[in-house]
Design a binder for this molecule. Sequence first.
Ligand SMILES: Cc1cc2nc3c(=O)[nH]c(=O)nc-3n(C[C@H](O)[C@H](O)[C@H](O)COP(=O)(O)OP(=O)(O)OC[C@H]3O[C@@H](n4cnc5c(N)ncnc54)[C@H](O)[C@@H]3O)c2cc1C
Length: 380
Amino acid sequence: MSGRRIAKQRRRADVGIIGGGLAGLSLAYHLSQFHNLKILVVDDGMPKPDHIWGFWDNGSPHLELAREHALSQWWHWQIAEPGNAHVMRGQDYHYYAVSSATYMKALADKCSKANVRFINGTVMKTSIHENYTRMLMRDEQTVTAHHVFDTVNYITPHDCMKQHFLGQHIKVSKNTFNPGQVMLMDFRVSQEDGIHFMYVLPFTEKKAFIESTVFSQRPNEPEWYREQIAEYINRSLHLKGEQVTILKEEEGVLPMSQVKPKHNDGCIPFGLPANAMRASSSYAFAQISRQAYDYAKRETLIWGLPEAGADFFERWMDDVMLDVLNKKPELASHFFTRMASKVQADYFARFMNGRSGFVPKLMTINAMPSRPFLKSIVRF
Ligand SMILES: Cc1cc2nc3c(=O)[nH]c(=O)nc-3n(C[C@H](O)[C@H](O)[C@H](O)COP(=O)(O)OP(=O)(O)OC[C@H]3O[C@@H](n4cnc5c(N)ncnc54)[C@H](O)[C@@H]3O)c2cc1C
């Protein structure tokens, strides 16, 4: 066979996936475990800085690999506002943290072993042909597949609320942290620039990840978050004068809204374009993993749109919550702390994960302060 023909065959597959991030590799991995398919992942090779993925789990099959590589797990998680703090104790559900670099490497290794092929390139557009979809790349090369998934192209409303954050891995000189308990949201910090809280993952008594997170329309300068974390370390953790070493930093901006897939001829939206992310929290790790597993495990693949990260009613609840938070940001700390005190930990975790069933939804609705929520309910 000529070299050109071999090259052409290498660029043909049963399944093509645009984007080799979490969604693309999760889908490739699970499809390769359940089906005998030629799978090809196209990624533009942009750097992916390491960061933490936090998620709840109760031993589900779609998170098996993530549990295997978890940095730590916690049974207790806390939400606090001035004068009021509440600790939730998970029974079946634990909170886990995994390094994105470690997990992506584990996924990539699994994919390579299952003969998933990778192509470096930027997909510019796609077109439908008789029984395949063609992906045209920036360098004008093409890749074709019978079914193409798009994990990267979606539209968010330009004025939507965003979650923006900067986190630091720190090491301190004296025993400070309780490695058994996560601080999910500590609102006992400045609320002048939007809904603001600290997120603390304690790995040992001396090592933790501390993140300053804001819900608002526009991100702040990185220095702003650094100052907030320094203030928190001094005042709330009482470490003034102690040695604090910043080991590394990470940052991000995530949309807090339902999204629409950008139309790409012949592509099936997957991951964020298929609304895997929870709009009210921007959690997407467990949801993307579940979406990929559930899609792939069917004996007969249907090649349709995958299930969103939340069901219809939860998406409506997310819209109502976001409307209230937009209009009355001063209610946020009370609302989340109230949720922590009124909703049982496992139900809370299930609601956060999405597709939670009747009781978690009922308990969450019951925890919402009625007046502002009723006003927003009327809107939706
Ligand atoms: C810093 C950070 C922290 C987060 N923390 C959490 C958390 O704690 N818990 C949680 O549940 N969620 C978290 N999330 C949200 C969510 O889990 C991530 O956004 C997740 O990585 C989304 O995966 P993805 O595959 O959609 O996107 P990505 O991982 O960004 O992958 C997309 C890939 O496609 C490539 N690409 C883009 N365009 C093209 C193109 N045209 N052609 C080819 N390749 C292309 C990109 O370079 C990239 O490699 C976090 C997100 C960030 C950024």
